[in-house]
Structures are given as C-alpha cells and as structure tokens.
Design a protein around this ligand. Structure first.
Ligand SMILES: NC(=O)c1ccc[n+]([C@@H]2O[C@H](COP(=O)([O-])OP(=O)(O)OC[C@H]3O[C@@H](n4cnc5c(N)ncnc54)[C@H](O)[C@@H]3O)[C@@H](O)[C@H]2O)c1
Length: 253
C-alpha cells in the first residue's frame, strides 16, 4: 500500500514500540497522530515527526473519536497501529492466599483488549470513507498482542487473556473489514527493550534475554517498527498474527 501523504493513528505513540512506529511511518511521509495519556512524551514524539498529539484514553469512545477526527483532517486515515497497553502482573492466587483482584483483571482487559477494539471500530469508519486505491485498498490496521498470548508466564493471567483476545479478533475483524478493503494484522512481540520493562531488575532482563534462541538479546523498538511498516505496506498480508521474538518460548517464570 502506498502510504506517503496518508494519515496514521498510533496509539501508545508516546513511548516504546508506538513511538518507534510513529517515527518509522513518518520517514515515508505519513502524517502521524500520536494517541496516549503521557502528554509530555506524546507532544515530544509528535513534534519529532511533524505530527499531532491527542490526549486520549483508548477505552474512551469520545476521546478516541477526537483522535480519529484529527487524523482524518491531516489526510486520508489509512493506517491504525495499536500499541497502547499495560502489563501489571498479578497471580491468580497470591503468596498470601489472596485471590487475584477482579478489578485489576478487568482493567487490563479494558485497556489492552477493549481499547484495541475501540480504536479499530472507530478508525474503520473513517477508513471506509477513503477513496480506494487502484487495488481497492482503503487502509491497514496493525494490532499489538504479545507472545504472552501463547506462553504466558506466572502472574500474566490478565495480560495473556487480553493479548489472546487480540489474537482472536484479528481474523474476524479482517473478515469484517474485507468488504471495505481494510487489512488487519497483529504482531506478537517477544521481550522488547522498552520503558514497559524498565521496572524489571537487570538480572531479570538478562534471564529473559537468555531465554531467546537467537539473537540472545531483547528486541529493539526499531525492529518492531520495521515489521509494523511491512504489515501496513504489504498488500497481501491480511488476517495474520506474527510472532517477532527471536524464537523465544517463554518459561513459566
Ligand atoms: N515491551 C515488551 O516486551 C512487549 C512485549 C510484547 C508486547 N508488548 C506490547 O506492546 C505494546 C507497547 O508496549 P511498550 O513496550 O512500547 O510499552 P510502553 O509502556 O513504552 O508504551 C505503552 C504506551 O501505552 C500508553 N497507554 C497505556 N494505557 C493507555 C490508555 N488507556 N490509553 C492510551 N494510551 C495508553 C502508555 O502511556 C505508554 O505510552 C503494549 O501493548 C505491550 O503490551 C510489549
């Protein structure tokens, strides 16, 4: 898909994988709307890429709609990359015998899964109004799951459920949107070097890197952005979830 001069909504664009994706797409002349809750970081990325920052919680319909409207004014909104997400751990049964807090579980599902779908459904309305390209394409959506969708670790019940949900909705949404020429793909990253992992002690990071088959290191944000760019531009990629993980199969902990 030709993307120069089009507009993109990048959620979670203030940090980590989203920020790198915003930068990568901007290199190709895409006008970026960064959607996030971290205003200072979001503004800084938007400035860097010559785009716009919109403060929006991905779970909020009106706030996301404002982001979609802003993007649609900058050019045809043909690209949505969903990177907003959270990963707070909690065990089903704590060491003290306490049950997993249900509100915590619901919040992770709300942000990662419901938030992703909220952005998809609202961006799809704008994409469906685009003039089709010569091959009939109107847009492309990339979601972010995780290898935790497949091999979730101890303490990842909520996170894995949310990411498994994203894997599950990829094909039906691709089917739903095929009639308007919008493709949908999902990236399931392994262990990526982003602020999300900043809380982990260095030995824990080293242990995770050791579990990677090859290369034995964390993935970079640029590697994610390259794959997101590929999925956006490759007109025959649709309905797929791709693990990008150096071959890691995560151990229980
Ligand atoms: N870092 C990893 O190892 C890794 C691995 C697999 C999947 N992922 C997924 O990749 C995505 C990006 O993560 P990252 O590593 O770049 O983390 P990050 O913390 O650097 O970025 C996530 C961004 O999402 C934003 N965000 C959180 N909740 C939001 C909400 N309700 N509305 C709008 N924005 C919100 C945060 O403010 C943050 O800027 C997440 O979905 C994460 O689950 C990360």
């Amino acid at each position: 898909m030709e993307i120069a001069g089009t507009a993109a909504l990048v959620t979670g664009g203030a940090s980590g994988l989203g920020a790198a994706t915003a930068r990568r797409l901007a290199v190709d002349g895409v006008k970026i709307v960064v959607v996030d809750l971290q205003d200072d970081l979001g503004e800084a990325v938007a400035d860097q890429v010559g785009g716009m920052y919109v403060h929006a919680d991905v779970t909020d319909a009106d706030q996301v709609q404002a982001g979609v409207n802003a993007a649609a004014q900058m050019g045809p909104l043909r690209i949505l990359v969903n990177c907003a997400g959270v990963a707070p751990p909690a065990r089903t049964l704590s060491r003290d015998g306490e049950p997993h807090d249900l509100r915590h579980f619901e919040q992770v599902i709300a942000i990662n899964l419901v938030g992703t779908f909220n952005c998809v459904r609202l961006a799809a309305v704008a994409m469906a109004k685009n003039d089709p390209l010569d091959n009939g394409e109107r847009g492309a959506i990339v979601n972010t799951a995780s290898v935790a969708a497949f091999d979730g670790q101890i303490g990842q019940a909520a996170y894995s459920a949310s990411k498994g949900g994203i894997v599950g909705l990829t094909l039906p949404i691709a089917r739903d949107l095929s009639s308007v020429g919008v493709r949908v793909n999902t990236i399931a990253p392994g262990i990526m070097d982003t602020p999300m992992l900043a809380g982990l002690p260095e030995p824990a990071k080293e242990s995770l890197a050791e579990q990677v088959l090859f290369p034995k290191r964390l993935g970079t944000t640029e590697e994610f952005a390259d794959l997101a760019h590929f999925l956006v531009t490759h007109s025959y990629m649709n309905g797929e979830t791709i693990r990008m993980d150096g071959g890691i199969r995560m151990a229980p902990k």
